[in-house]
Design a binder for this molecule. Sequence first.
Ligand code: SF4
Length: 495
Amino acid sequence: MADVVLTAPATEMSNHHGKEFLGFGTCTPPTVVPSWFVKMFFYPKVKCRNGEVVEAPYGLRKIESILIDEGFDVVTVHPYDIERYLKDAKVVGISVMDPLGFGPVSVTFSAILGGDPSTRIEFINLIKKIEPYRGRVKVIVGGAGAWQFEWDSYWKSKIDCIIIGEGEYVVADVFRRALRGEELPKVVRGRPTKVEDIPLIKRPSINGLIEISRGCGRGCKFCSETLKVKRDIPLENVVKEAEVCVRETKGVILHAEDVLLYGCKDPKFVPNEEKVVKLFKSVREVSEYVGVSHCSLAAVVAKPSVVERINEVVGVGEKVSIFGVQTGLETGSSRLMEMHMHGKCLPFHPNEWCDVVESAFSIMHENRWVPASTLIVGLPKETESDVVKTIELVERLRDYCSLIVPLIFIPMEVCALRRERAFTKENLKDYHYELMAVCMDHDVYWVDKLFREYFKGYKNIPIKLGYWVFSRWVKKSWEKRRREIKAFMKSLVGR
Ligand code: SF4
């Protein structure tokens, strides 16, 4: 049995039925739907072999790789199986995205539906399992959501050491000290890692997600990536990680804050088309399916040809029906763009933002790319007029197949606006409800087509049927209540 046990909350230790986008559903509070439903449809337990998970969150795989290289005896397990390993373990390392439910998606879902998000529930369940062993087992937490402990002293007290920021230069030392039984600093801040010091993963990540760039460079003040320098991972390392993943996964997902900016050195963020196409071609040689996580709308408009060439490489419209990508629409207000995210529009000007968004949606629609776009409600200094402009922008996008999701502004500890006041559901005004209703109208309008395309060829019939019933229920409930929008939204918020 190993000294070091690595794990993550059950909401993250899942491949979401091989559909990465369904991972958003893990932020759902078990209120309008029961917890078994959320678990079954959004985070089924990932496959295990000889007690270890076959796929694990990418960040956890990086930590695992460092610890193995440093000679630690490590196992990576599902949290539901962890008790079997705790009697021999000395250290537990937990990777977290949203441990306490303070992330924007969780806060928004909880404000609308009431209750705690499943992400928080599963993290707390995990800590409760470890609790009886705390006398001799040290608990170290890290990952994109580690900052959340700064907002909750109770749960912070349950952790021996919280690693905030990039882990590469600090992880081995912290785990070594923990194994020796030393007192650990409560918070350790990792500094940016040089590209040559970023290790390769040794085992497959969830859904084959692999990092192609770290950081962003556009500098939006509300975003956790703002404080990171952008670095591109060398192509040969990306391909090697893809080869590791496809041993278990159907394909790979290229992850970056903006996949279209891979290899880009242009200060105005115009994509380097040849670098991007070469990336996709190289990965496509080792993986049958290649997906992406995020891209920016401005990059799509700055270089539409790159979208077309990616489609040729990955087979969109042939072997792949649609190409999903997450992107940030943020606001329809050029004033807020100028104030909080000037760089997001580059190479365009904030005054052009609404046209850039519509052009990007149009290009993506023609190329069968489906943006799952988020926008922010309650940015500092937001006025009613800003929200009205966002409503107008969302209405302009009706003809483009997409999802638009409003998220409440959260001044995360790792962003430039961290000293701003938190926006709570009590701050929601009628015009915010109207914006949410317009987004819901948009999503319901596209839900049938999206369901058909997203699940085309999907073999798990019970799950597919379950999602179909769920999408019917959402659509019917919304159509029934559309006339009472304000009362409806307010009643939901009041729950
Ligand atoms: S473009 Fe996206 S990832 Fe980059 S700083 Fe802005 S919000 Fe963050």
